[in-house]
Design a protein around this ligand. Structure first.
Ligand SMILES: [Zn+2]
Length: 503
């Protein structure tokens, strides 16, 4: 790569060179030996150029998009929290050390940038429910400093804090209730009005690289009035909505009991199902529901690693492809190797699709799977962040959001040029990412995030974690008595009892 320019700025003309350019991988044939010119955050020209021989060269690709994440600067395992079934794992998060929102998010965003991710939906998990606005401002500052595009999903939650269904009944499954005062203590619950006021306050921070979405955390955690209100607001002002949905079997069973007419038809009745909505996970959707989601243009974020690690189920990729639903790839803060490697994540999703619809006449045999996966990585996820735009391509006039990757490792054997898009999803990993440009600004150079000091951020975060763990005196985040109580509650089918939720 020859990069010639004054220091990075979205308002200057800059030039990059690459031996291979994939303008729309899977759709268009690769271009060779190109000079890429950007101006004012847009790609303004692609021109042939004579380049000196540089080994196997470099490949320019539209920047990757992470359709669903939580911006974890430190993986949960590093805080001593083991993976496990979602409902148990969530209860372990209570011991997660409190970290400054800015530090946590900046570290996560810098890590994502080095993996080639130029856009992400950040579903914010509050560490202090009373300080959401302050935390959100920290995330906004982190987004601004790192420079990738972040959609901040404001969490609306508060229902069913411990289990789905009758939380009061949970005590009956605990052998020693006195150990769990939280079951009877009053809880702080942010009101709908407070959540909307915080959303409004955050909109003042919106920019080309920071936007705000409504983030009802999931139907089992958000009351009906909130969903109705957010649906109406989204329709009137166009703000996107992002929600976890049918991540686990227990959530599905809860919803079937609470909504005898069907949760999906109810969401449709209140107008929530639209192209402005992203549903994350969707492991337990049924065929007719996929059909309705397709008709309404709802976007789905698939989170394969997370579903594997949290024992949730399989992503709905077979149905998504069958119904031509727009989908994105999400890491959910739980990538398979805790490394934010969205290329491997996309590879995993592609593999699951091929395994679920296997063999002759299967999805791989019909062709287009590579194209669909590239579209998800580059455009579907981006739509979850920004709504439809002309990004996710390297065409003239598109937003200047792209990755330049080194190809010497992946092209260690001779490969025909036509195989290039396939190589991206077969061999490329985050270690090959050299450069990330977002909105015309260089965020990653020589594989390192240059907008913030990631080593400094990581050192500070690690010190915080270590201090918190030391203070904990090795207390395990796993409380077998509590978790057995949860197991007994669900085994008894308490979550399937209708009409006692949202207390
Ligand atoms: Zn999530």
């Amino acid at each position: 790569m020859n990069h010639s320019s004054a220091p990075s700025s979205a308002t200057q003309t800059e030039e990059w060179s690459a031996e291979f350019v994939l303008t729309r991988p899977g759709h268009d044939a690769p271009l060779f030996n190109q000079r890429i010119t950007t101006r004012d955050g847009r790609l303004c020209a692609l021109q042939p150029e004579i380049l000196p021989q540089q080994g196997a060269g470099r490949v320019a690709i539209p920047a990757f998009a992470n359709a669903h994440d939580h911006g974890r600067g430190v993986p949960t395992l590093s805080a001593g929290i083991p993976d496990g079934p979602l409902e148990l794992w969530l209860s372990r998060l209570g011991v997660e050390p409190r970290m400054q929102a800015y530090l946590n998010a900046a570290c996560a965003f810098a890590n994502m940038a080095e993996a080639g991710i130029g856009a992400v939906v950040h579903c914010h998990n509050t560490q202090n429910g009373r300080a959401l606005l302050e935390e959100a401002e920290g995330v906004a500052a982190a987004a601004r400093d790192v420079g990738i595009r972040v959609a901040f999903a404001v969490p609306f939650a508060g229902e069913n804090p411990f289990v789905y269904g009758d939380n009061a009944a949970l005590g009956g499954y605990m052998p020693d209730l006195s150990r769990y005062p939280q079951l009877s203590a009053p809880r702080h619950k942010r009101s709908l009005a407070e959540g909307l006021a915080i959303t409004d306050a955050l909109t003042h921070l919106e920019s080309p690289t920071f936007t705000v979405q409504y983030g009802p955390v999931g139907p089992q955690w958000t009351n009906r009035e909130t969903l109705e209100t957010l649906s109406a607001l989204s329709a009137s002002i166009g703000r996107r909505v992002h929600m976890h949905f049918f991540e686990t079997r227990l959530q599905r069973e809860w919803a079937d009991a609470q909504f005898p007419e069907g949760l999906i038809p109810w969401l449709d009745k209140i107008g929530l199902l639209s192209p402005r909505l992203t549903l994350a996970h969707c492991c337990w959707l049924r065929e007719h529901e996929l059909e309705l989601l397709a008709q309404r243009g709802v976007l789905i974020a698939c989170n394969t690693s997370s579903n594997f690690r949290l024992s949730s189920g399989l992503p709905p990729i077979a149905g998504v492809l069958r119904h031509a639903i727009t989908f994105g790839v999400g890491l959910d803060g739980m990538s398979l190797e805790d490394d934010h490697d969205i290329l491997r994540e996309t590879r995993l999703l592609r593999g699951v699709a091929q395994a679920l619809d296997a063999g002759i006449d299967g999805v791989a045999d019909k062709g287009m799977l590579l194209t669909h996966c590239c579209d998800a990585l580059l455009r579907g996820g981006r739509e979850a962040v920004l709504g439809p735009d002309s990004g996710g391509t390297l065409l003239e006039g598109a937003p200047a959001d792209f990755v330049i990757a080194r190809t010497d490792r992946i092209m260690r054997h001779t490969v025909p040029d036509a195989a290039l898009p396939d190589l991206l999803l077969t061999r490329l990993t985050r270690q090959d990412i050299d450069t990330l440009v977002v909105n015309g600004k260089t965020i990653v150079k020589n594989g390192q995030c240059i907008t913030v000091s990631k080593p400094d951020l990581e050192r500070t975060l690690n010190d915080l974690i270590k201090a918190a763990l030391d203070k904990n005196h090795g207390t395990s985040p796993v409380d077998p008595e509590w978790e057995n109580g949860l197991r007994r509650y669900y085994r008894a089918g308490e979550h399937r009892k209708a009409g006692i939720t949202h207390v």
